[in-house]
Design a binder for this molecule. Structure first.
Ligand SMILES: NCc1[nH]cc(CCC(=O)O)c1CC(=O)O
Length: 344
């Protein structure tokens, strides 16, 4: 994380050239090189409270890593189709790229320098010329339970209503508690909490990481165990998207990249890609890095939760995509084509 003792921090004009330790870029300790400063940096993000919290976190980390002046980093709010369409289920308007398309267009055209996303929302295929070049250290990937009628999923009375629009959460709730009613629940966190207050549902589920970023952890009444309620691939990890070959942005975001999270995400995204994952498909997957080894657990379910296929596997951290792809291929074969046809 940069050099906190840097005496030049915050005092240089924008165009100055200064000497700093670039070991984070070159991997060679103590190497002194002349580095440019970065000038004005434009970060593209959605405008939801969670997206803004994530963009601010990235800005704060860039400031800390490079000793940049905060005013040189501009946060550009970009509205996406997913933000504009509030009255329909996401699966009706078509999943892929719903929250990313407009942001990626501005990235490709150079109006912004980088985009901040929740990794979970990123399609496995990115537009030509763009890449995910950094993953911030992952927060707790677990789902959080917010219950009004009872503090946990297990304690909900028979017939209680759970509101969630995530197909994965719907399927996992139905698998664990077939007696409950699941209703669609869209909107940002504040909207969902209001629906709980209005009695539209007795409980909802949200990512623990997102609630923490919003400073709203106190509303959580339970945390879901990963084996009963496995998270979505990428859950809890903020990622940064940039243009391929844009060395300035690469150098800018490199110190923010967490190696373990990067490896885990490569595995989880390869798993998703092997299953052709999108918003329509209830898929859970999580990779944990332990030294040179990745431990991966994945689950696919039918939306009604009556059929599920799980895999637990491990492999070398040097080839995360191979492990994820193999896990996805194995589950696909094990489930059979009838399983996938039942999804549509
Ligand atoms: N699809 C919305 C979304 N995308 C990422 C997060 C949470 C933050 C994260 O997983 O990093 C959320 C909200 C939620 O699932 O509660």
């Amino acid at each position: 994380m940069g050099n906190p003792a840097d005496p030049a921090k915050g005092r240089l004009p924008l165009v100055a050239v200064r000497v700093r330790d670039l070991s984070a870029y070159h991997g060679s300790r103590g190497k002194q090189t002349v580095a440019r400063t970065f000038g004005t940096v434009r970060i593209g993000t959605r405008g939801s409270p969670l997206a803004l919290a994530q963009a601010h976190e990235v800005r704060d980390r860039l400031v800390a890593a490079h000793g940049m002046a905060a005013e040189t980093i501009e946060i550009v709010v970009i509205s996406t189709k997913g933000d504009r369409v509030q009255d329909r289920e996401l699966k009706e308007i078509g999943g892929k790229g719903l929250f990313t398309e407009e942001i990626e267009a501005q990235l490709a055209s150079g109006e912004i320098d980088l985009a901040v996303h929740s990794s979970k929302d990123m399609p496995t295929k990115l537009p030509e010329g763009l890449a995910l070049n950094a993953f911030l250290e992952r927060e707790d990937p677990r789902d959080a339970f917010i219950g009004r009628a009872a503090p946990s999923l297990a304690a909900l009375p028979v017939g209680a209503i759970v509101g969630t629009s995530s197909l994965r959460r719907q399927a996992l709730v139905r698998r664990a508690r077939p007696d409950l009613t699941v209703v669609g629940f869209r909107g940002n966190v504040q909207t969902r909490l209001r629906k709980l207050d209005e009695g539209v549902a007795h409980a909802t589920l949200l990512a623990n990481a997102g609630l923490r970023r919003l400073g709203m952890a106190e509303i959580i009444t339970d945390l879901m165990e990963m084996d009963v309620f496995p998270p979505a691939p990428g859950q809890g990890a903020i990622c940064i998207e940039g243009r391929k070959g844009d060395e300035r942005t690469d150098a800018l975001v490199e110190p923010l990249d967490d190696a373990d999270t990067h490896v885990a995400l490569a595995c989880e995204r390869a798993f998703l890609a092997a299953l052709d994952g999108s918003c329509r498909t209830p898929i859970a997957g999580h990779a944990r890095i332990d030294g040179d080894t990745i431990a991966f657990a994945g689950t696919i379910l039918t939306p009604d939760g009556t059929e599920a296929h799980d895999i637990e596997t491990s492999g070398a951290a040097s080839d995360p995509a191979a492990l994820g792809r193999a896990a996805g291929d194995t589950l696909r074969a094990r489930a059979g084509s009838a399983f996938f046809e039942s999804w549509v």
